[in-house]
Design a protein around this ligand. Structure first.
Ligand code: SAM
Length: 336
């Protein structure tokens, strides 16, 4: 009999099979709910090299990770990122890794879509909060919607399956959810709505932006027939099929519904810090053991020790009394 595949099991019996890696904290956008406009980024020496990122990802894959998502910051603005993606593609060929994917703002997709497909990427998430060019500029501060749309088109032409991620923002894009859904489904894309999470200091007040997706779903259900479906992509979204459009819509509800029970994920920052939960501060430094020796023993020990203290879940709160973010780091540190 073949040896059983290795697994990382946390104290609550959950197998960790999904790794998200933030390959850079830098981004070419400054989305208002994500970053302050004058962000200070990490000095380059603190950031893992592409070779170190490859070694780290490979160690996790050898320990049972089957799905790997590169994120950021904006993953496609990291210099030579394609060499990392090409190299990681070897784990798809060997069958150890089931999926290599990324979350992107789409600004660089025209340039990279064909190469992504060539190296084994089949699905990507693209973050688009509005289809209105002016509003897009207002939300992203620096983004250009036309460029993102060209990128999405290029990705589709390259054969990549696309899921659009839309952060639902009260009074900003809440009335665009239906048009966004219709556009996505007419173009063959899934749409996932995300609640804003209290991560990192931003310039505005999050209480003003927070829109519970339970409300959105109820409003949608007045106009459309939403059927719960068991579709899973390995992430935290719960999906419905919209009967009228025939498309899929996902809801990521860290605020209104605790999605922790089935958590199979851990996250690594571009400096090699392993976060066992998006909503908790506890982490393990993997850069020191990675750099301390060329063999992986120290690294593997550090990973095992950290998985052994993966918490049960998080407890996000957004209300007028809770002014502090739940965790001080921005989403661009641990990635989406
Ligand atoms: N630059 C890439 C992008 O735009 O998708 C990857 C990184 S970005 C941090 C990943 C996702 O996190 C995006 O969909 C973004 O909208 C979302 N995001 C950022 N800050 C958030 C917050 N505070 N609450 C909820 N989602 C957030």
């Amino acid at each position: 009999m073949p040896a059983p595949a290795p697994q990382m099991i946390d104290p609550f019996g959950r197998a960790v099979s999904y790794l998200r890696v933030s390959v850079t904290d830098r981004c070419d956008f400054r989305c208002v709910y994500c970053m302050a406009e004058d962000m200070t980024f990490l000095p380059k020496r603190e950031v893992l090299s592409l070779e170190e990122l490859d070694r780290l990802c490979t160690a996790f894959i050898e320990k049972g990770v089957r799905k790997l998502r590169l994120t950021g910051g904006e993953p496609l603005v990291r210099k030579n990122i394609m060499s990392l993606i090409r190299s990681l593609g070897r784990h798809l060929e060997s069958g150890l890794l089931e999926e290599l994917t990324l979350t992107t703002n789409g600004s660089q997709l025209s340039k990279y879509a064909a190469e992504l497909y060539e190296y084994g990427v089949r699905r990507i998430n693209v973050s688009v909060d509005t289809l209105d060019a002016q509003k897009f500029k207002a939300i992203t501060r620096w983004g250009d919607l036309a460029k993102v749309m060209d990128g999405i088109e290029a990705a589709k032409d390259a054969g990549l399956q696309i899921k659009i991620n839309m952060v639902a923002l009260k009074g900003v894009n809440e009335h665009e959810i239906i048009p966004m859904m219709e556009w996505c489904h007419a173009n063959g894309h899934d749409l996932t709505l995300i609640e804003t999470m209290p991560l990192g200091e931003i310039d505005g007040d999050r209480t003003d932006q927070y829109l519970p997706l339970s409300l959105v779903r109820a409003t949608l259900a007045d106009k459309f027939t939403l059927e719960d479906i068991p579709y899973k992509t390995g992430g935290p979204a719960r999906y419905v099929e919209v009967k009228e459009t025939g498309g899929r819509m996902g809801f990521i509800t860290p605020m209104t519904h605790n999605f922790c029970e089935s958590c199979n994920r851990v996250r690594v920052t571009c400096t090699g810090q392993l976060y066992m939960c998006l909503g908790q501060d506890d982490m393990a430094d993997l850069r020191a053991p990675l750099r301390a020796s060329e063999a992986n023993e120290l690294l593997n020990d550090a990973i095992d020790e950290a998985i052994g203290r993966k918490p049960k879940g998080h407890d996000f709160v957004i209300d007028r009394r809770t002014k502090q973010p739940a965790v001080s780091r921005h989403m661009s540190v641990t990635g989406g």
